[in-house]
Write a new protein. Structure first.
Length: 298
């Protein structure tokens, strides 16, 4: 499977941002509300196998519900994370094996499709450990049979990149809150806070991506300036670091993919292309002109 995306630099415009209280006590990390905090927040979704890394009293119930339905669900079903979840056979909370239909959803103000995305493809994990690829599009099936299609391609559209940026930013800020509460609530992360919680119809947070061909397993992440030691789970790895400029960065790996975001700044930095030892990262984003006119649908 291969991915494609326009490459460019897209700085964030300055807009009102989410402010949290100077006191972190009883203030939601993302919206600043005083709760309620009745549920446990899984930093990495439980559907990726996380049972240990959780937060209490940091993310309010409303934000947790929003992330589950609007950010994590999209990341697990419509991005490369979903593909790796199927290939690795990671069961959901109910114990069911995943099946992922990678066609992008319709509607919304962010463009969600591109001509180079292979349409009508479903990946499914099975009890015997295998993964099947089923095709429900006649043109795709004919292309595979006559040899014109030899790869399944998922285009990282603006919608995909928005979801990935918010998903990575959420996990990164929450891991930072677990290990350094004051740093997570600092004003330098207000822009990322706002982007994760509310998104944007016209802007994307820069996402850095790299890959390794070392088999279908996650590779070890070694940040040039690590803050928290590498953590490895059966199906993913992550690491939190701090640059010499004082920016916090978060790296997450599944399969042969490595993703990284700067939690402190939306301004692309060439230095971050070399933040992971042994892997060259590319900044993937869409230039503003690529958006065209946003639709009026919600």
């Amino acid at each position: 499977m291969s991915y494609a995306a326009c490459v460019g630099l897209l700085p964030m415009r300055h807009k009102p941002v989410t402010k949290v209280r100077d006191s972190q006590d009883a203030a939601c990390l993302f919206c600043g509300a005083a709760g309620p905090f009745n549920t446990i927040e899984h930093i990495v979704p439980a559907s990726l196998g996380n049972t240990c890394d959780v937060l209490t009293g940091v993310v309010c119930d409303a934000c947790q519900a929003y992330f589950g339905s609007k950010v994590e669900k999209a990341a697990l079903e419509k991005t490369p994370i979903g593909f790796w979840r199927c290939l690795l056979g990671i069961r959901g909370r109910t114990g069911r094996l995943p099946s992922v239909f990678l066609d992008p959803p319709s509607g919304g103000v962010l463009p969600s499709d591109a001509a180079i995305t292979t349409p009508g493809v479903v990946f499914s994990a099975h009890e015997d450990g295998s993964t099947s690829l089923d095709v429900y599009n006649d043109a795709t099936m004919h292309g595979i049979l006559d040899g014109r299609i030899s790869q399944v391609r998922l285009c990282l559209s603006p919608l995909h990149l928005s979801v990935m940026g918010r998903f990575l930013g959420k996990m990164g800020l929450e891991y930072l809150a677990r290990d350094n509460r004051a740093a997570a609530y600092a004003s330098q992360h207000d822009l990322m806070r706002r982007f994760v919680r509310y998104g944007s119809a016209r802007e994307l947070w820069p996402v850095y991506w790299g890959h390794t061909a070392a088999g279908y397993c996650h590779r070890r992440i070694i940040l040039v300036e690590p803050l928290v030691e590498l953590h490895e789970v059966d199906c993913y790895s992550f690491c939190l670091g701090k640059t010499r400029r004082g920016h916090f960065v978060f790296a997450f790996s599944m399969g042969t993919d490595i993703w990284l975001v700067d939690l402190s700044s939306p301004v692309p930095s060439p230095c971050l292309q070399h933040a992971v030892e042994g892997t060259a990262l590319a900044c993937i984003a869409y230039s503003d002109w690529a958006f065209g006119s946003p639709s009026s649908s919600p």
